[in-house]
Design a protein around this ligand. Structure first.
Ligand code: GBH
Length: 448
């Protein structure tokens, strides 16, 4: 029974994010985030759902950590809500917000759970959007610097694992380019490229803050949702095509972070739309990090076309997916994405900071939720991660998204990613079959 075991000290845990679980959207001085605003605009979020109450984790965190510990989790990736710490994004600190996370972190540690803290998981203070145009303007990165300093100074004695930003692509391109996410704007490619650049500057400040104030043993990295390409056949030509597609598609983030430059091919293709860069920016952006976090959900199949040119295949309608229709069942993504990141950029440590499956689960029947589909979905990804370890991909840990069902952004409460069911009316939590299964994986450090 040793065949599917993981290396000693492999990190297993759950992941979640403040705006998706905390609720208490206007409690104890918290300022509005762009998502609070967005959710109030008609037609933006399914069923008009808001983040106002969500799982009410703000008030129930003690119980939630007790359950997490009972399920055997020793690591938990959470995020801090910037608008709780700085209701206006900058300026005066809200001590009630700071104290909330003091209590939260202490409670987690009492339960034997190690915190992995994401500084920013999309809940930009609305004031920064109003005053500066949010990620369009580098003053937002300067505000982030103050925020990062404050949280690392406040919690650095207990938090040793820091993640600067979650999924730059989602809050830049999807927020300012196609309007699917907050703030819901559809702006030019030039502006979108600039929002990436501001985000990269913020990342640099996150790294700097951890180096300056993180104390002994502090580590920091970015969580990226690199677009992933899977060679349709594992042959030399298709693998090379997938590698090319990976580089081109992720050039806005990985190239500046790991190589301190914008790739000449990107600059050539962007032309007048290239981001405006100030002296020193790229050095700041490429400060060395300790690991790369990757959120892996799906990938696209690629083959070598004419003269080896990457050709992305379209999925036939019958291709299996989770109920979240973008979530195609492509477990090889978790092998090829991290493998390319490691090979191309020399990344030494990769944590899967998110992977999971969104379904419209039914309420418990006789206290049970038999989500066999979720279990099998995730198990297939774990097997591909295991294969990667055998082939030398530097996987160090895996965080399952998500601990409990929560606010799934523009899908509202319709799509459930939790391994713990959340009844949003009664706030009752019910571990699903997948939670019990993942408990065994964490305990035995192997795929069961
Ligand atoms: C992660 O994002 C988030 O970090 C997390 O907060 C979220 O709850 C979780 O995944 C589950 O969604 O244009 O129709 O192809 C994943 C973000 C979602 C971004 C799907 C790209 C493609 C939709 N991805 N989206 S579509």
């Amino acid at each position: 029974m040793k065949s599917l075991s993981f290396p000693k000290n492999f990190v297993w845990g759950f992941a979640a994010a403040a705006p998706q679980i905390e609720g208490a959207a206007f409690t104890d001085g918290k300022g509005p985030s762009v998502w609070d605003t967005f959710a109030r605009q008609r037609g933006r979020v399914k069923n008009g759902d808001t983040l106002d109450v969500s799982c009410d984790h703000y008030h129930l965190f003690k119980k939630d950590f007790a359950l997490m510990a009972q399920l055997g989790a020793k690591h938990y990736r959470l995020s801090i809500a910037w608008p709780r710490i700085f209701p206006a994004g900058r300026g005066a600190v809200n001590s009630k917000g700071v104290n909330f996370y003091n209590r939260l972190i202490d409670s987690m540690l009492e339960c034997g759970i190690t915190p992995w803290v994401t500084m920013f998981h999309w809940d930009l203070p609305q004031a920064l959007e109003d005053d500066f145009g949010g990620w369009r303007d580098r003053r937002t990165a300067e505000a982030f610097a103050q925020y990062a300093d404050t949280i690392v100074q406040s919690y650095g004695d207990r938090v040793k694992n820091w993640i600067t930003l979650n999924e730059i692509l989602c809050f830049t391109r999807l927020g300012y380019g196609n309007g699917q996410k907050a703030p819901g704007l559809k702006l030019s490619e030039k502006i979108v490229n600039q929002t990436y650049h501001t985000a990269l500057l913020a990342h640099g400040h996150g790294v700097r803050a951890v180096r300056e104030y993180g104390g002994k043993g502090a580590r920091v990295g970015l969580t990226d949702n690199s677009e992933i390409f899977i060679p349709v056949s594992e042959t030399k030509h298709d693998i090379e095509a997938a590698r090319q597609a990976f580089i081109t598609s992720n050039t806005r983030v990985l190239e500046p972070i790991f190589r301190g430059r914008y790739h000449p091919d990107f600059l050539k293709a962007a032309g007048k739309d290239a981001p405006k860069v100030m002296p020193g920016d790229l050095k700041h952006i490429s400060r060395p990090t300790d690991f790369l976090g990757m959120n892996v959900y799906f990938g696209n199949f690629v083959r070598a076309g004419r003269r080896g040119k990457p050709e992305t295949l379209s999925f036939p309608p019958s291709f299996p997916s989770a109920d979240a229709s973008w979530l195609r069942h492509t477990p090889q993504a978790i092998y090829w994405g991290p493998r390319f990141a490691a090979e191309i950029y020399g990344v030494k440590g990769i944590y899967i900071t998110e992977n999971g499956a969104g379904y419209k689960d039914y309420p418990p029947v006789k206290g049970e939720i038999l989500d066999l589909h979720r279990r099998d979905y995730i198990r297939n990804y774990l097997k591909e991660m295991h294969r990667g370890i055998g082939d030398g991909v530097p996987f160090k840990g895996y965080f399952l998204w998500s601990f409990m069902d929560n606010f799934e952004w523009e899908d509202g409460y319709d799509m459930r990613f939790g391994v713990v069911y959340c009844d949003f009316k009664t706030q009752k939590r019910t571990p699903k079959l997948s939670a019990r299964w993942f408990t065994r994986i964490m305990a035995e450090n192997r795929i069961v």
